[in-house]
Design a protein around this ligand. Structure first.
Ligand code: 5AD
Ligand code: SF4
Length: 440
């Protein structure tokens, strides 16, 4: 036990994107190295950590709800400390403690790795820290997410300032990690048994370190490390290059999946959002991606009910979905975020209209996702076994090259972390079903 702070154990809850998951894993590893023990139950912990997300109001409300619930533990154990870290901490700063006085520490997106120093009261630390900026971020050590897969953040922050988005405010200016750092991180994870990595950035296509852009980085990781599979996200349609598409086609280790958020099907809305592409340009890129790849899985993000989005503009979004035929989509109702450009506009689409649009969009995407998945029936997909199905212990869950979940019957011979050839026998809108086959 750390004598100064009476903290022996901690519990962490993570909200939001994969970048937060990656940050939480690194924070967990740092805390363990410093002698703290992770526990599974909140009521066993001396320190409760919430790594938070601000992307939509709902994400923040969820954290407020949880903070209210954990007050009871503090009443039982006055030594219990509560730390809110990440995006919401960055956005709210001191105000968070004013709103929720039982929160002890608030550490923003660039300061959360200092949590061990803060709880030990080291010189130069304080309970609220939200300053941006590290000369060099390469001190952040990626750690694996599972025994065989890992995330590596290649760039932090975003300079795009899409009108609706809080990310540039809470994650700060874009900073790319050095090529050496990324290669060394991949090699370190490979040495620890990792076979698949995901390179993460708000906009990976804007990655730039000295002369290396993202497509070159992908080649370097593929050619100069022993990693077996490489994934990446998120690609911005404004910055995705034909060369990147060529590299995906040419490098076997780079998986055939692109997440390319379209956000809206209306050029007027896209312009207002500050996305810097037209739907025509978007379709041209999709055509090129399909031309260069016999098989490619496509996913997207879409916002419905953006301020002033008309019914006709929403129909244009449905048209894009029909035309592109995404494998999966993440679909959201617009949520006004304080401080963003679009928060100045009236949130003009009524809530029930937003809900109607979202339901129509989800229904359409589900039927297309179902049809896309039917096309995989009969094919053999080399998939990474990840563990048991979340619903049944009779099935193993694996991930295809195209990032789809495939369920197979449990067999004794197969362990998580193995690649196996799976013949797809059936499919629904979200999941494939198959069996392991021998391949000559
Ligand atoms: N409201 C709704 N969805 C949003 N996103 C980002 N900001 C907002 C917002 N204010 C969505 C975008 C983005 C994804 C990560 O979250 O679709 O691509
Ligand atoms: Fe937000 Fe746009 Fe940056 Fe994505 S590219 S994080 S949507 S500002």
């Amino acid at each position: 036990m750390n004598k100064q702070n009476n903290i022996e154990t901690f519990h962490i809850s993570t909200y939001g994107c994969q970048m937060n998951l990656a940050d939480s894993s690194t924070l967990v590893s740092t805390l363990i190295t410093r002698g703290y023990r992770r526990v599974k139950e909140e009521d066993q912990a001396d320190l409760l950590i919430f790594n938070t997300c601000s992307i939509r109001e709902k994400a923040e409300q969820r954290v407020y709800g949880r903070l209210g619930e954990v007050y009871k533990y503090k009443q039982k154990n006055p030594n219990l400390k509560i730390a809110v870290v990440g995006c919401m901490a960055q956005r709210m700063g001191d105000e968070l403690i004013r709103k929720v006085p039982h929160v002890d520490y608030v550490l923003g997106t660039d300061r959360l790795f200092e949590l061990p120093d803060v709880i030990e009261g080291l010189e130069g630390t304080s309970s609220v820290m939200t300053a941006f900026g590290h000369e060099n971020m390469d001190f952040i050590t990626p750690v694996k997410e599972t025994p065989f897969s890992g995330f590596i953040t290649i760039s932090r922050g975003c300079d795009n300032f899409c009108s609706y988005c809080i990310v540039p405010f809470v994650r700060g200016k874009v900073q790319s990690h050095s090529v050496d750092y990324i290669l060394e991180s991949v090699r370190k994870l490979v040495d620890e048994g990792v076979v698949e990595i995901t390179l993460l950035g708000q906009n990976v296509n804007s990655y730039k370190y000295e002369d290396t852009d993202f497509s070159r980085l992908l080649e370097l990781v593929a050619q100069n490390t022993d990693i077996q599979r490489i994934r990446f996200m998120t690609s911005h349609p404004m910055d995705i290059s034909r060369r990147l598409v060529d590299v995906i086609g040419a490098e076997e280790k780079v998986m055939p999946h692109i997440h390319l958020p379209v956000q809206s099907g209306s050029n007027r809305v896209l312009k207002d959002m500050g996305r810097f592409y037209t739907i025509d340009q978007y379709h041209k890129m999709i055509d090129y991606i399909r031309l260069k790849n016999d098989y490619i899985s496509l996913s997207t993000d879409i916002i419905v009910g953006y301020p002033s989005e008309t019914g006709e503009e929403f129909e244009m979004t449905l048209d894009v979905v029909r035309k592109v035929r995404y494998d999966t989509a993440f679909m959201f109702k617009y949520s006004s975020r304080p401080g963003t450009r679009s928060a100045e506009f009236t949130d003009s689409v009524p809530e029930d209209e937003k809900s109607d649009r979202l339901i129509r969009l989800i229904k359409l995407q589900q039927s297309i996702g179902y049809e896309q998945n039917q096309r995989e029936i009969g094919q053999i997909k080399y998939s990474l076994v990840e563990g048991f199905s979340k619903r049944s212990k009779d099935k193993l869950r694996a991930r295809t090259e195209g990032n789809k979940t495939v369920l197979i019957p449990v067999t004794e011979k197969i362990e998580p972390g193995q690649f196996v050839p799976i013949k797809i026998n059936a499919a629904d809108a979200f999941t494939l079903h198959g069996e392991i086959v021998e391949v000559s």
